[in-house]
Every structure is written in C-alpha cells, then in structure tokens.
Design a protein around this ligand. Structure first.
Ligand code: GDP
Length: 213
C-alpha cells in the first residue's frame, strides 16, 4: 500500500446526488459475522450522542440511513452500510456509557478490537469528538491503538455550529493539541449547516483510492 495522503487538506466538492446508492448491509456482533465484500471500509467511532448518526446522514445525503444503528438491539453491534459499491461505512457502537456494566464493556471492547485489528479492508477511521469538549483518555487510547495498527485517522469535531465562528479554529487547534495530531487532521463539522462535508469526503476518497495499492 502506498503511504496515506495527508488528511483533511483536500475538500472534494461532492457531485450533486452523490452517493446515489446507499443501503444497510447487516449488523455483526463479531468479526466472523461481518459481510464478505472486499470494498474499502471507513469506520466511524465516538461517544454516544457525539453526532455520529447525523454525520452518517449528511455524508450519505439521507435523512435516516443511520437510524438503523440506533434501533434497539443494534446499538451495540457493528453496522455496515454499502455506499455506492465504492466504500463501506462501518458504524461502531458508541463508547462512554458510564452506566454500562463492566462485563458488557469488556464484550464491547473485544468486538471492536477484533474488528479494528483484523479487518483488512479497513483503510480509515473517523474519530468523532464534540468540538466543545477536550478529548480525554478514551480518545487518546483509540488514536494510539490506530497508530500502532497503521490505520490513518481523521478527527471530526462535531457540532461546530454550537460555537461562534471565531471560536471554531481555536477549539479545533485545542483538540489537535490534546490528541497530539496536526490541526489539518481535525475537521470542524456541522450537521445542520453541512460545513466540513466536502473535507470529510475528500479524506475518505483519498484513502479509498489509495487502498489496496
Ligand atoms: P449519535 O448518538 O452519536 O448517533 O448522535 P446523533 O447524531 O443522534 O446526535 C445526538 C444529538 O446531537 C441529536 O440531538 C442531534 O440533533 C444533535 N446533533 C448532532 N450533530 C449536530 C450538529 O452538527 N449540530 C448541532 N447543533 N446538533 C447536532
């Protein structure tokens, strides 16, 4: 595989109507249940309520594609979405449920770990953080794990419309500093305003095109 391109630098204006075809493929509780397709995969991870479903909906131009991930019984599963047969979006269960019993957390961790470590077609991780929150140990731990595995990660700073425009850059820089990544690897994103959509797609396409080479 050729070295990954720099992240987050190249906005790609998404053609109108793209992606035309998006469908839920399946839910998996372990890697063995993952679909057998070989398209490059991009996984989405973040705490519950960070705005993961909203990001998935904006990227796919659908109102409710991610609703399936939030249906009872599916929230702790890995959900796969085929996007135009070009890329598979993989919605990982939200972490950071303070009240989940430790045993459930352990199972959750194992499922995700199995997926992240062994899924060969996984070419990019999107780590979502609320732009108003300083990322903590959970996010740093995930990033370290990605780095060890050689998996590029784009940080999406969600809900940027909650800050004044003048505060957005400062908050983005602070998130980058807390995670020890370049500021260009952190994309401020707003679901209602759709700001950041082209930048996130730009990164996804750059990695999808570079995958398998
Ligand atoms: P998930 O649990 O990570 O899938 O989060 P959701 O996408 O369901 O969003 C959680 C809440 O945050 C919902 O009330 C959304 O309307 C809200 N939300 C998500 N993204 C944004 C955003 O970019 N801006 C604002 N203002 N609210 C958002």
């Amino acid at each position: 595989m050729k070295p990954p391109p720099p992240l987050g630098l190249v906005p790609v204006p998404v053609p109108e109507g793209f992606p035309g075809h998006v469908e839920f493929v399946k839910s998996a509780s372990k890697l063995a249940e993952a679909p057998h397709q070989v398209e490059p995969e991009v996984c989405f991870c973040g705490r519950s309520n960070v705005g993961k479903s909203s990001l998935l909906n904006v990227l796919t131009n659908r109102n409710r594609i991610a609703r399936v991930s939030n249906t009872p019984g599916r929230t702790q599963l890995i959900n796969f979405f085929n996007v135009q047969d070009v890329v598979t979006f993989v919605d990982l269960p939200g972490y950071g449920w303070a009240r989940v019993p430790t045993a459930v957390k352990a199972t959750w961790g194992k499922t995700i770990q199995g997926y992240l470590e062994d899924r060969r077609q996984l070419c990019l991780a999107l780590l979502l953080v609320d732009i108003r929150r300083t990322p903590g140990d959970e996010e740093r731990g995930l990033l370290a794990w990605f780095e060890e595995r050689g998996l590029p990660c784009l940080v999406v700073a969600t809900k940027s419309d909650k800050l004044k425009r003048s505060q957005v850059y400062k908050a983005t820089r602070e998130i980058a500093k807390a995670l020890d990544v370049p500021t260009s690897d952190v994309i401020p994103f707003s679901a209602p305003a759709k700001t950041g959509r082209d930048e996130v797609w730009g990164s996804i396409m750059a990695h999808v095109e570079g995958a398998g080479e």
